[in-house]
Design a protein around this ligand. Sequence first.
Ligand SMILES: Nc1ncnc2c1ncn2[C@@H]1O[C@H](COP(=O)(O)OP(=O)(O)OP(=O)(O)O)[C@@H](O)[C@H]1O
Length: 546
Amino acid sequence: MSSKGQSALSGLRTIKRDWSQSSCQSAEDRISWPATPSTTATQSTQPKPDNARSQRMKDIQEALSGMQMPGERIEISTKQIAIGSKRPLPSAPDPPPTKRRQLPSSWDDDSLSSSSNFKISRASSSSSVVKSTPLTVASSSSKPASKLAGVFLSQEQTHILRLVEASNSVFYTGSAGTGKSVLLREVIRTLQKKYIKSPDAIAITASTGIAACNIGGVTIHSFAGIGIGEGSAEDLMNKVRKNKKAASRWLRTKVLIIDEVSMLDGELFDKLARIGSLIRKSSEPFGGIQVVVTGDFFQLPPVAKGTNQVKFAFEAQLWSQAIKRTFNLTKVFRQKDQLFVDMLNEMRFGRLSQQSIARFKSLSRAIDYEDGLGATELFPRREDVERSNNGRMGHLNTEQKDYTATDGGTIADLNQREKMLANFMAPKKLVLRVGAQVMLIKNMDEMLVNGSMGKVMRFVDPAVYGTDYDDVDGNGNVSAGGKPKSQTKKTAPTTMLMPVVEFLVPNRGRREAIVIPETWKVELPSGEVQISRTQVRRLVDNVPPG
Ligand SMILES: Nc1ncnc2c1ncn2[C@@H]1O[C@H](COP(=O)(O)OP(=O)(O)OP(=O)(O)O)[C@@H](O)[C@H]1O
């Protein structure tokens, strides 16, 4: 469908992943990787509807469709962010009746104190993305825009970073792909530099274990030392006091980072804010600790307990006292196809127009990528993923190797260990075969990153192959950035054969790499490793979300 050289965006116009500049694998070389039949998936795995939860979700959808999100129409002019009245809706006809959600008053206004020339064009009503601006432009702040590996933070991102650096408590949100995680990584890096002499000053946390793993942090529960968080703030504070390590964490922390806040229960937010006050003997929420909170309330909600209705963190009593500044990132980086961005926004607001529904439906077709990799399937549950992966592996009749992870860490409770280990994407037992399509689940370098896809080519002894990797173009030549094998570092001889994977690298063709075991761990600021797993850093292709 697309001509070579045209980059694949949404798939609306192309089905080709057009990264490859080298010739594709010949049909003879390909090992077929059939898709999982969707019918069985839906029939056998459909969860039974939980009426209370469905109703609650419906309520949230209704509420969300009418609520004003912070800065949804953020307007950054000379000195102010004015948060507008209505959510800009992509042209969705006949919106359902709306139910207004009462939002904290602080979300209605915010001021930009540090930049006098800060200017970003307002999102048009047909889209909530700001037109792409050159990323190398520095913000009006005296400091230049921060540069991540090959990425310049946008003005919006830089502005928030500066406020955090200046010890402000902030919440920032934004739709998928607006660079929340990129900004968070830079926030962490900047704070680590600021508090270089007291690394314990920064508590990196998230509402769930998986989210915490992604940012190299711990769960908010684990940081706070509150177990599952049941009981009053006073009860929990007594529990914390008895746990010397947890109590000292509360006292030493200067900045508390909370990622994926949409899954943090509002009641728990209040309890945490009170525990901080009690333990630090300060009337301020969190005892005056600076809080940096991020997430997208349109994404996953808190888990409902029993029949109780969930309360979002922004509905917490102490939210607006704890967080004085809220921002909405508007520039979408992940997609450049405006039509697709609009469709995703409609879906985000739960108001899909008939036109978009038809467009989404029109995308349903069998896909045969020319690069030889099958489309990744997404499933809501791990067991569905397992079933799909096993099915695909069952089609291969090639050399097989099994890799069993080594687990460690100080936590003794078996249940807790299992729960925490389940948060790592790496499975206890990984079965691989030559020809299996795989996805990297941890960054190796700038090119081979979490999500890079490829196929297992063979299994080799790392001592023979060398643990470094080579970039190989279609002709088998080593390209820039790769190292000739003769220069690669050799490891001690081992009997364990490791997989060599040929990865597809955007705009760089193919790259072959040996994938060696890697350790995932949850580490407290003190350096104590609570739990760890060492496993080959990749998995068969299908993954659960999140
Ligand atoms: N300033 C920037 N310049 C160029 N690319 C950027 C910038 N910020 C983010 N990106 C890119 O945009 C993509 C999405 O970024 P990121 O994952 O941080 O978004 P997100 O808001 O966390 O998304 P999600 O809510 O889906 O997790 C990534 O590929 C990232 O590298």
